[in-house]
Design a protein around this ligand. Structure first.
Ligand code: HEM
Length: 408
């Protein structure tokens, strides 16, 4: 008997039944989740099925996904994981709605605005230079462990004023929390232990910074101690919920995107050689990789009875809005199923849409740009290690390991 057989699915329309574990599994060959969404999208605009304790709805096409993000009063961020409609946690600002969310975006906006990010460029270049120095002369690396996970971590350390040597610890927590493998009891325990460790780390940090304030510190965390909303100081609990969200939003996302980009370039010689010979193409190519390899799959909780593409959905139910399914929708993009690195019009939603659109998109683009430029100046020719089998995990979808080799 399957884990879902006990739950009655209310399926009033003809939408097909697709259980959550069929679209976000523990793993498979790289690209598997994306291809699966392509199939689901062409089968139907909405599927229903079971996610954890409840029924959920998988929405597959750009027009419906984009408009769900934009109707924030109907599609709430109070729950964002389809299998968890009544969460005990509240990541800030991701899980806030309405005025409270707007107030937080006003506080955070200046730190991530394009002008602020432009000022970080020399720091970001220096951090990527260090990561690259450590691998370039070796002629091989695991791109995931040695580059993709490490680079955004060391940038984060700078942003939050944390010691560089904690980056490897962050990296291990990140893998345990976000890279799936949670169907076994041992995997779940590992995830829980890592979450407790991250919470403990930030709780201690906030308390230390409060007890020994240092006005010369300009990092985000030190400044956040002064933040107020409607004249009231932001509480330590809210600061902790903010730090947890930043940990999850700012590290593994850039790592996953970098890895999909390099997987593509290592296996498509023509595209890689164009990046090397025409570096002015890099920004356009990055937008195309963001479109084609969009791994973020947000959920929303429905606040009032509604319908999507003729499918009725009741208040309290969850919808699942995989961005890759929208971004590869042939109704929206010509040659949607091809990577076209010089694609001209590219209105993808890899950073989401509506009020929760990614706060860190300028920084993310800068990190992707710097990494692609600097790596290809130094290592223009590289390939997958012979015999490498590239696989991806569920959870926050991403590649487990990407062994690369090059001549030195
Ligand atoms: C390629 C890298 C990245 C991608 C693809 C990405 C994608 C996204 C997406 C799709 C959302 C919206 C989620 C939703 O609608 O539920 C989001 C939200 C967010 N992202 Fe990113 N992100 C990336 C990097 C970053 C970075 C580097 C930071 C900061 C250091 C960041 C900070 C945030 C924050 C704070 C939110 C929540 C915004 C809100 O709720 O108002 N992201 N991101």
């Amino acid at each position: 008997m399957s884990i879902d057989d006990n739950i009655q699915i209310d399926n009033p329309t003809s939408c097909p039944v697709t259980h959550f574990h069929e679209v976000n599994t523990e793993g498979g060959p790289a690209g598997w989740h994306f291809d699966n969404f392509d199939t689901k999208r062409e089968q139907a605009a909405v599927h229903t099925g079971v996610a954890g304790p409840a029924q959920y709805f998988l929405v597959t096409r750009m027009a419906d996904i984009r408009s769900s993000f934009q109707k924030a009063s109907v599609f709430s961020n109070s729950a964002v994981v389809p299998a968890d409609p009544d969460p005990m946690y509240r990541w800030i600002p991701e899980m806030l709605d309405g005025r409270e969310h707007t107030a937080w975006r006003h506080l955070l906006g200046p730190f991530f605005a394009p002008a602020a990010v432009a000022n970080m460029e020399s720091m970001v270049r220096a951090r990527f230079g260090e990561v690259l120095d450590a691998v370039a002369a070796k002629g091989s690396c695991d791109f995931v462990q040695d580059v993709a996970l490490l680079f955004p971590n060391v940038v984060f350390m700078d942003l939050f004023g944390l010691p560089r040597e904690d980056a490897e610890t962050f990296q291990a927590w990140e893998v345990d929390i976000l890279h799936g493998g949670h169907s076994s009891e041992e995997g779940q325990q590992r995830r829980m232990d890592a979450m407790m460790a991250v919470m403990g780390y930030f709780t201690q940090l906030i308390s230390d910074r409060r007890s020994t304030p240092d006005p010369s510190r300009t990092d985000i965390l030190s400044q956040s101690l002064q933040w107020e909303i409607d004249g009231t100081q932001v509480s330590d609990q809210d600061l902790l919920d903010f730090c947890l969200l930043m940990f999850m939003a700012g590290l593994d996302t850039v790592a996953a995107q970098l890895t999909f980009n390099w997987w593509h370039l290592a296996t498509h010689d023509g595209d890689r050689r164009r990046i090397v010979s025409e570096p002015a193409l890099i920004p356009t190519a990055i937008e195309e990789f963001l479109r084609y390899y969009s791994f973020v799959t947000p959920g929303r909780k429905v606040m009032e009875d509604t319908e999507i593409a003729g499918c009725p959905i009741k208040a309290g139910q969850m919808v699942y809005l995989p961005l890759v399914s929208a971004n590869r929708d042939p109704r929206e993009f010509p040659d949607a199923d091809q990577v076209v690195i010089d694609r001209e019009a590219n209105r993808h939603i890899a950073f989401g849409a509506g009020p929760h659109r990614c706060l860190g998109s300028s920084l993310a683009r800068q990190e992707l740009q710097v990494a692609m430029e600097m790596w290809h100046e130094r290592i223009p020719e590289y390939r997958l290690a012979p015999g490498a089998e590239v696989r991806e995990h569920g959870g926050q979808v991403g590649i487990d390991s990407l062994p690369l080799v090059w001549d030195v």
